[in-house]
Design a protein around this ligand. Structure first.
Ligand SMILES: Cc1cc2nc3c(=O)[nH]c(=O)nc-3n(C[C@H](O)[C@H](O)[C@H](O)COP(=O)(O)OP(=O)(O)OC[C@H]3O[C@@H](n4cnc5c(N)ncnc54)[C@H](O)[C@@H]3O)c2cc1C
Length: 436
């Protein structure tokens, strides 16, 4: 039976959301989840599952019963012929990736970090980059869901709600198991190099089309960027991982330890930021390495921050960056965190930011000790003027009226929610706002 503790304070990684669940349950099986949901419903309490709490929004917040699936982390089945792997939904990407590698398999694409649970990552539409590739939810071929009625539903490719079940925002039920379509394990050749922003924009179509995974980081108040190209290598290519010292210098000193120190200082001396950004960008030098895909995709992020990220049609990107540059140029605020730009191809998942649209993604970040609101509000105005769809797990202030216009299947998704959760057992204030 699920183990209960009383009244904990829950907060997220970005320290931008907080709640006080009446109790926390750690179910060990789907049957256990069913029992916990039924018990909560009869007590009139709402229920939310939480993964690694890596969403910046209050999407996972609850003052009802909090479910942590940290004892539901097993691989349930592996079909080596179809390369389909069924997992319990609480397993983290960090634990899953090496287990897949051990079976000669991998997920086709990943984001920047790996602490997220599989259920949490797919529920908010977590994505990486790749002009011909998709977010993690596109690899989902079946979802097991515990509904508010305590039923266990299996939603696979043939089910009419398949389009709704891969990015649920946590609104349809508790995801207990997920079947993932994997690909053969692969190595990536990573090539990272600084490039001036005008050169990036000039070469953008080929950078996106000719690389499996292309992204860049633009340093605000400068025209400097760091570009990252990751490409699959021919079979038989040897791994050439980054040396330990080089990885430490680049990741710990530049991205983590030193970056934390810089951010603490410039949080109080914001006028220094443009010069500091110029120096930080110039210190970065080119590097190349070949490693397992997940080692290349994922880096550590030790400096705590808040983030907003919007998907937009790719042709909007030059305008969006010009408008952000104009905002910086007008002297509103100096920003130390680089702006991250990524790309994905259109998918068929109803509430995915990639639904039926080839996107660029633009992400803005603010150090967690600094106020993000004016910067993110200005960025959101720019993004929404270009049909932006916010990442469900990243900060925004938009509501159902906006989303009904941005998602062709919005009404269909709400209809599925009405059928599966008429009493809003899985609701919270965030879902009230974005789904109505
Ligand atoms: C440092 C950092 C880096 C990031 N990098 C990226 C990136 O590269 N790309 C990207 O797209 N996003 C990125 N994100 C965002 C992150 O991937 C998403 O917010 C993701 O949802 C977090 O997964 P989680 O396990 O922490 O989920 P949580 O934040 O814990 O939960 C997210 C949602 O999923 C629901 N949920 C969780 N488990 C279940 C379940 N079993 N059943 C039903 N609902 C459930 C929760 O209720 C909530 O609504 C990043 C976030 C951080 C903090």
């Amino acid at each position: 039976m699920a183990e209960h503790t009383t009244r904990e304070r829950w907060t997220n990684w970005g320290r931008s959301a907080e709640s006080h669940p009446v109790r926390t349950a750690h179910p060990t099986s789907t049957a256990d989840v069913v029992a916990t949901v039924r018990e909560a419903v009869s007590a009139g309490l709402p229920v939310k599952a939480i993964g690694a709490s890596h969403s910046f929004t209050t999407i996972g917040a609850t003052d009802g019963v909090l479910l942590r699936l940290d004892r539901m982390t097993a691989i349930v089945a592996v079909d080596v012929t179809t390369r389909r792997v069924r997992v319990q939904a609480g397993i983290s990407l960090h634990d899953l990736n090496p287990l897949l590698r051990g079976r000669g398999l991998a997920l086709p694409n990943l984001g920047d970090v790996d602490p997220q649970s599989v259920a949490g990552a797919i529920s908010t539409g977590t994505h990486g980059t790749g002009g011909r590739l998709f977010g993690i939810s596109a690899a989902v071929v079946a979802v097991q869901l515990v509904t508010a009625a305590g039923d266990v539903l299996e939603i696979d490719e043939h089910h009419p709600w398949f389009g709704a079940a891969r990015v649920t925002l946590g609104a349809l039920g508790i995801v207990t198991e997920v079947t993932l379509q994997c690909v053969p394990a692969f190595l990536l050749h990573a090539r990272e190099e600084p490039l001036a922003l005008p050169a990036v924009m000039e070469q953008l179509p080929s950078l996106v089309d000719d690389n499996d995974h292309f992204e860049f980081y633009w340093f605000p108040h400068t025209t400097r960027t760091l570009t990252k190209r990751n490409n699959r290598v021919p079979e038989g290519t040897a791994r050439r991982p980054l040396g330990r010292v080089r990885r430490w210098v680049d990741d710990e000193l530049l991205s983590n330890t030193a970056f934390e120190g810089i951010n603490r200082v410039v949080a109080r001396r914001r006028s220094w930021i443009p010069r500091v950004n110029g120096v930080a960008a110039s210190v970065l030098s080119a590097r190349e390495f070949v490693d397992d895909s997940f080692e290349v995709f994922v880096s550590s992020r030790d400096v705590r921050f808040r983030e907003a990220e919007f998907a937009m049609p790719r042709e909007a990107l030059p305008h969006v960056l010009d408008e952000l540059a104009a905002w910086f140029g007008a002297g509103h605020e100096n920003i130390s965190f680089p702006i991250e730009v990524r790309f994905t191809a259109a998918d068929d998942v109803w509430m995915s930011t990639g639904h039926e649209r080839d996107n660029c993604y633009v992400a803005v970040h603010q150090y967690w000790r600094s106020d993000y609101r004016a910067y993110f509000a200005a960025a959101q105005d720019i993004f929404t003027a270009h049909e932006g769809r916010p990442h469900w797990g990243k900060l925004h202030t938009l509501d159902a009226g906006y989303f009904a216009q941005r998602y062709a299947r919005f009404d269909d998704f709400v209809a599925v929610r009405d059928e599966l959760d008429p009493g809003r057992t899985f609701g919270n204030a965030y879902l009230d706002r974005v789904l109505g």
